[in-house]
Design a protein around this ligand. Structure first.
Ligand SMILES: Cc1ncc(COP(=O)(O)O)c(C=O)c1O
Length: 400
């Protein structure tokens, strides 16, 4: 008999972490590997934020704090929502956790009963369906393919809602596609949601500040104020502030839901790292100038990757307006055989052969629920990206 719980047997480990680990192993074994799997900026945490962390240590702010965040950070979060999203929240409506991941997990754990459905557009960030399964719910996948710019249409949303739908998870700009919804596109979705008052909205705004070509970010409770009372607006400092390792995520929403999330956190991890919370106060309240500078670099890298991938016959790579990912289709390569003799039956076979034959690590599309595609994270140096795309071009030219 298995020693593991029945719930755990429904869940798979994170494939993006698996690709990163595999690339690190090959590198350690002496292979020339370029890892394009990890979803984190290659830039260091900005100096003023690092200094705030060091100051917290020096000043002895190293004890337990309130379970879901220090008042100073909650105040900074309320100010951020007002400043960036024109949303009014009180500190009692705010929760801080150890990363955006824990925020989403707490919310699902706090609300799902067996049989409850959670609606997730595909392609999706890998953790959504498995977190739903861990919390005892049922992920329901609604396709949002390349033909609609990887965005869910109002018709597809309407068709996927059932009486059992508890949450709709929304993510813009998106991991893995980088696609960001315009105000009008989001309004079309919130119009549908207005007609279904039993559905709660979990919006994952983690890539809010990573936007290019003048793209204007918007979030559901801002676009449709009538949804304010049933929206959990989730965000964090990991990506835009280059703070992935500090582990601070946050959310704002209905006070009873925030209290339920606090209860879960109080019996599991308690407060997020005290030092990181003080660094996050500085991140939210301090200068944001570095974000525009970083975004100039990200946009240049995106253009480089999109151009080089689209030079390959059989690859179709749309230009996204946010995050730091591209999600090209390889429909034109399926059925071919690589120079090393691997049959490209699907995107997983493509990614495996690419890694083995060229040392370039990407994540296959099936992991994100939409095939045949792969995801490249372009949050790495221009030189590495150029070399990786050249290797991808050579690999694809060798397919027959
Ligand atoms: C869409 C999305 N949401 C949430 C997270 C989690 O962020 P954190 O590192 O703060 O837990 C990620 C990280 O990859 C992400 O891509």
């Amino acid at each position: 008999m298995s020693r593991l719980s029945a719930t755990l047997s429904r869940v798979k480990p994170s494939p993006t972490i698996a690709v990163t680990t595999k690339a690190q192993e090959l590198k350690a074994a002496g292979r020339d590997v370029i890892g394009l799997g990890a979803g984190e900026p290659d830039f260091p945490t900005p100096a003023h934020i690092r200094a705030a962390g060091i100051r917290a240590i020096e000043e002895g702010r190293t004890k337990y704090t309130a379970v879901d965040g220090i008042p100073e950070l909650k105040a900074a979060i309320c100010a951020k929502f007002k400043r960036d999203n024109r949303l009014d929240y009180t500190p009692a409506q705010v929760s801080v956790a150890s990363g955006g991941k824990q925020i989403l997990y707490n919310a699902l754990m706090a609300t799902l009963n067996p049989g409850d459905e959670v609606l997730i557009p595909a392609p999706y960030w890998v953790s959504y369906p498995d977190m739903v399964l861990l919390a005892g719910g049922e992920p329901v996948i609604a396709p949002a393919g390349i033909e609609t710019g990887f965005k869910l249409t109002p018709e597809a949303l309407e068709a996927a809602i059932t009486p059992k739908t508890r949450w709709f998870i929304f993510n813009s700009p998106s991991n893995p596609t980088g696609a960001g919804y315009t105000w009008d596109e989001l309004k079309a979705l919130t119009d549908v949601l207005l007609r279904h008052p039993h559905v709660m909205i979990m919006t994952d705004d983690m890539y809010e500040h990573l936007a290019y070509d003048g793209f204007e970010f918007c979030t559901p409770a801002q676009v449709e104020p009538a949804l304010y009372d049933r929206t959990l607006t989730c965000n964090g400092v990991s990506k835009a502030y280059c703070m992935t390792g500090w582990r601070i995520g946050y959310a704002a929403g209905p006070q009873d839901l925030i209290a339920a999330m606090r209860k879960i956190q109080s019996q599991s991890t308690s407060n997020p790292c005290t030092i990181s919370q003080w660094a996050a106060v500085e991140a939210l309240n301090g200068s944001h100038d570095f974000i525009a500078e970083n975004n100039t670099v990200f946009a240049r890298r995106r253009d480089l990757v999109v151009k080089m991938l689209n030079e390959v016959e059989g690859i179709d790579c749309p230009t996204p307006n946010g995050a730091f990912y591209v999600y090209p289709s390889i429909a034109g390569l399926i059925g071919k055989t690589s120079a090393g003799g691997a049959k490209i039956t699907d995107d997983e076979a493509f990614a495996t052969a690419l890694l083995e034959e060229t040392g370039v690590a990407v994540v296959f599309g099936a992991a994100f629920g939409l095939s045949p595609n792969f995801r490249i994270s372009y949050a790495t140096s221009d030189e590495a990206l150029k070399e990786a795309c050249t290797r991808i071009q050579t690999f694809c030219k060798g397919l027959s």
